[in-house]
Design a protein around this ligand. Structure first.
Ligand SMILES: C[S@@+](CC[C@H](N)C(=O)[O-])C[C@H]1O[C@@H](n2cnc3c(N)ncnc32)[C@H](O)[C@@H]1O
Length: 265
């Protein structure tokens, strides 16, 4: 089992550096936000009450963008890092929507679910790849259970490439993007990031196709890949029909994880 407290995200300087620099080395970050907001607009009726959940919210930049035009009435932000949640609180301080902040690792969420709402929209970006394959499947199942009927789940994340050659190609695409888009004064600092990403044991990406398959097995519908650049992909699915009680595969995956779990709150 992976542990949030062993990861670099538990380190103050690491999370601060991410907040300062992410826009300079995450390709097409603003396009990603626009796409997720457009999907939200398309799929989620702008009814009276709309609830959204951001898993691994970082400094709350995505919920901030969503609140600009498409006003969910209740947002829940979850992150394992107290540091990130403090930054998110500050960023969203002037918002009038109801906003709850929950400090919990995904592993803790799976163990002691503190989320009782049904959500219209569940979003995550660049966070779930820190879970191992089994934990990802358990989290996707958890997400499915937390979605209300008609709800949408979107994950923007890094993917494992299907071959070593493609991985090399995608990391080189990423480096080219950084070269083109970053401040020349920062380039020496930012250019090694794709290689560092590859060597960092905190990163446990799985392939896009395997994760899409898991979503389908769980029961998600209208599963798709909505955006892709190299190792970066946005994919997800919807919960349109009531869950089939005979889909035992997802229940088994979740139960197996719980048996292995030794997390404290
Ligand atoms: C790369 S940042 C992404 C933040 C934000 N979603 C964004 O796209 O800017 C990864 C975030 O996920 C959080 N995180 C990483 N592993 C986690 C885990 N196992 N449980 C909960 N949060 C986690 C980190 O604290 C961090 O805020």
């Amino acid at each position: 089992m992976s542990e949030f407290t062993d990861s670099r995200w538990a380190d103050h300087d690491f999370s601060l550096a991410y907040r300062d620099e992410a826009g300079s080395y995450i390709p097409f970050r603003s396009r990603m936000i626009e796409t997720a907001v457009s999907l939200y607009k398309f799929f989620i009726p702008q009814k009276g009450l709309t609830t959204v959940l951001d898993l691994g919210c970082g400094d709350g930049f995505f919920i901030d963008a969503l609140l600009n035009d498409h006003r969910p009435t209740h947002a829940v932000l979850v992150d394992g890092s107290a540091e990130m949640l403090t930054a998110a609180r500050q960023r969203l301080a002037s918002r009038t929507a109801r906003i709850d902040f929950i400090k919990a690792s995904f592993q803790e969420l799976l163990d002691h679910n503190p989320l009782t709402n049904a959500f219209d929209f569940i979003f995550s970006s660049l966070a779930i790849h820190h879970l191992n394959t089994e934990e990802k499947a358990a989290l996707y199942s958890f997400i499915y259970d937390r979605l209300g009927l008609g709800g949408l789940f979107i994950n923007f994340d890094v993917m494992l490439s299907p071959t070593a050659n493609l991985e090399e190609c995608y990391l080189s695409l990423w480096a080219d993007w950084i070269k083109e888009h970053s401040n020349p004064e920062k380039i020496d600092q930012l250019l090694p990031i794709p290689e560092q990403y590859k060597d960092n044991p905190d990163n446990l990406p799985d392939t896009l196709s395997s994760q899409i398959k898991v979503l389908e097995e769980i029961g998600f519908q209208e599963v798709g890949c909505y955006l892709k650049f190299g190792i970066f992909s946005m994919f997800g699915g919807r919960k349109i029909q009531a869950p089939d009680p005979d889909i035992s595969s997802r229940i088994n995956k979740r139960d197996t994880l719980h048996e292995d779990s030794h997390l404290s709150s």
